[in-house]
Design a protein around this ligand. Structure first.
Ligand code: WT7
Length: 654
């Protein structure tokens, strides 16, 4: 972010205090901050007891003796699925709609808590019959359909571990995730709907399992796209057949609070994605707490909609676990916002009377581009709270969101968190906080955040620094699957001293004069494209795996809609230069990255260059490439081995 815009962010003067009416009915009360301040650990114990059902109550709250691996509520026992299902039915809320689901072609289903519970019981029995039990890993590769939620909850019910892989990832990406976690079972669909067409999923699973050495014993296939699929007898089974055969009764058993719940892969600074591990009791406590208090959830009356795909952490915490633990009624939508028309989201909000909407700045900015006339055609008056997540929301988009979507009156919560943090860490609490565009504002009660300088000392406003979490929190990651060394190195080595552990988030941040936290984006080689995290190195590896490429450098260039966009610079192998036109090479390489990782990683541009700018020690100077990609004057080139390289690159691109 340029210094100029940081300056304007830090001097944002618009303020939006809560209305008296909102505050009077608000879930979050000021006492939360006081209680957490007086006894932080005790505060979380109180939340865990109040918000969840424990099969066996815990007596011990936090065990930090194995730092940086925390144990929360460790002597307690819990069943995560029971908390999201059975207990609501037992409390007399079985008829409440859990999920209003809308398919992209317009088909829809409304599923009550009683129905969802019944379906999860059958799915749990079906999986148990296939040998899935406590601790086993199950990969889930599905579109946004109710079966994705059913599958995740059924796996959790058995004490097994899900690894959901976003349906947009390639067969290659799926394979590496299945192998890393040695998954026993894969749950997929024939296909799903996207932009008016069925995209095949089963075929990608077949590709991922093609070498025959996989740990996978069975593939359960949900029928959704009705597209043709190939079938491996003995291995492949239809979901509907197996559920029909399975028994209807299934008693949820308690598992220890630290029993692993899921692994979710995310990009880091090096090529290989990290399998972020989350466990049960602490995770569920913090997602339930934040979902209730940050979104001001009144489960009897609200209709909540989080637009995230279940394949991301936002989908795990704020489509599946948070809302269902709190007994919310929510909307789930399979398709894209512009199919079959650009008002599809607003039409859905009108149809289901959505009252809480949680989405990403990139979506808001693309609607902004299309203009207000589109949302203006729909009745959006049911909305009373808006949320944002995934990247900093610029004040202009914030104001548009509030005006065009929120009718000029809804509070907006800008929520900062990460796959690793499991749940929201920084956010306003609606009804309490005076809102300010462009800032995620304050840590939630019970979370301790600091901004440190490079030397590890606290920085004071107006200095910026690096964001750390200074105390363990319930939903924190418990490790990187199979790689304890990388876990310590990535998050804990930078600022921790002796017994003073500091979690390094990888984000730059400022504290403004009011004490509000302004996030400035990643400080490492991680890009944020449309709120999705991508690693420059992972895309570089994909590029150099193509036979025509000798060397590659990838940068995240500022993009008006997506926040950042992937821009690649490649040097072709000398024997290839003549054989390819630059356009052919670029088209081929964009497709190659899609095949290797998935369409989300496809570069916006691939520039073929003769050389890359390097320091004398051989490090690629991405900063300079970023200047070129963003069309800026070049920064300092004095440390380059050959200062003319940049001149040649810029001249060529002009
Ligand atoms: C990174 C985490 C958490 C769910 C979605 C992304 C950026 C996230 C915000 C926000 C500024 C944000 C950070 C963070 N980020 N939310 N409200 N303001 N930046 O999860 O893929 O794990 O990415 O997203 O840079 O480190 P993720």
């Amino acid at each position: 972010m340029s210094t100029n815009s940081i300056d304007s962010l830090l001097h944002e003067t618009r303020r939006f205090p809560p209305t008296a009416e909102f505050s009077a009915n608000a879930i979050a009360q000021a006492g939360l901050y006081e209680a957490a301040k007086a006894d932080r650990v005790g505060f979380w114990a109180e939340q865990a007891r109040q918000l969840l059902h424990w099969h066996k109550p815990f007596t011990e709250t936090l065990d930090w003796s194995g730092a940086p691996v925390a144990r929360w509520f460790a002597d307690g026992e819990i069943n995560v699925a029971y908390n999201c299902l059975d207990r609501h039915v037992l409390a007399g809320n079985g008829d409440r709609v859990a999920i209003h689901w809308e398919g992209e072609p317009g088909d829809s289903r409304s599923i009550s808590y009683a129905e969802l519970t019944a379906e999860v019981k059958r799915a749990a029995n079906a999986m148990a019959a296939l040998g899935v039990g406590k601790g086993d890993r199950v990969a889930v590769y599905l579109p946004v359909i109710p079966e994705a939620v059913v599958a995740m909850l059924a796996i959790a019910r058995l004490g097994a571990v899900h690894s959901v892989v976003f349906g947009g990832y390639s067969s290659e990406s799926l394979r590496s995730r299945i192998d890393d976690a040695s998954a026993k079972l894969v749950i997929t669909a024939d296909g799903g709907w996207r932009k008016g067409k069925v995209f095949p999923l089963k075929a990608a699973v077949d590709g991922a399992l093609a070498n025959g050495t996989s740990s996978v014993e069975h593939v359960l296939v949900v029928r959704r796209g009705e597209n043709e699929v190939e079938w491996t007898a003995g291995r492949d089974l239809w979901w509907h057949d197996e559920l029909e055969k399975a028994g209807a009764e299934h008693e949820a058993q308690g598992f220890e609070a630290e029993n692993p719940l899921f692994i979710l892969y995310t990009s880091g600074t090096t090529g290989k994605p990290k399998g972020i591990l989350h466990t049960s009791g602490g995770y569920l406590t913090q997602v339930a707490f934040t979902h209730k208090n940050v979104f001001d959830l009144h489960p009897e009356t609200d209709v909540y909609w989080c637009t995230a795909d279940v394949g991301w952490i936002t989908g795990h915490s704020y489509v599946v676990y948070g809302p269902l633990a709190n007994g919310a009624t929510q909307l789930m939508y399979e398709g894209t916002p512009d199919t079959p028309h650009p008002g599809r989201w607003w039409e859905l909000i009108e149809k289901y009377k959505v009252s809480i909407l949680y989405t990403a700045p990139t979506a808001i900015r693309s609607f902004m581009k299309l203009g207000r006339a589109i949302p203006d055609r729909f009745d959006l008056t049911s909305l009373r709270l808006l949320g944002s997540v995934g990247e900093p929301i610029n004040p202009e988009a914030w104001i548009w969101y509030r005006d065009a979507i929120g009718g000029g009156s809804t509070p907006i919560v800008d929520t900062w968190w990460q796959t690793e943090t499991g749940a929201i860490m920084i956010s306003a609490l609606p009804g309490l906080t005076t809102l300010k565009p462009g800032s995620a504002q304050v840590p939630i009660p019970g979370v301790k955040i600091d901004i440190l300088g490079e030397d590890g000392t606290r920085v004071d406003p107006p200095q910026g620094g690096l964001l750390v979490v200074s105390e363990p929190w319930p939903s924190m990651l418990r490790g990187i699957w199979g790689d304890p060394e990388r876990f310590r190195e990535t998050y804990w080595s930078r600022f921790s001293k002796a017994d003073d552990w500091r979690y390094f988030a990888g984000d730059g941040a400022h504290v403004d004069a009011d004490g509000d936290i302004v996030l400035l984006g990643r400080v490492d080689d991680v890009m944020n494209v449309s709120g999705h995290r991508l690693s420059t190195q992972e895309i570089e590896s994909a590029l150099v795996s193509h036979p025509i490429v000798a060397e590659a450098a990838v940068v995240g260039a500022a993009d008006e809609t997506t926040g950042q966009a992937v821009v690649a610079f490649v040097i072709l192998r000398s024997d290839q230069e003549a054989a390819q036109t630059v356009d052919e090479a670029s088209t081929m390489l964009r497709a190659h990255v899609t095949g290797q990782i998935g369409a989300i990683a496809r570069p916006r541009q691939v520039f073929v260059v003769a050389e890359l700018p390097k320091t004398r020690s051989g490090k690629i100077m991405r900063r300079l490439l970023q200047d070129v990609a963003e069309g800026r004057e070049l920064g300092d080139t004095t440390t380059l081995t050959d200062a003319t390289v940049m001149q040649i690159i810029t001249d060529k691109l002009k």
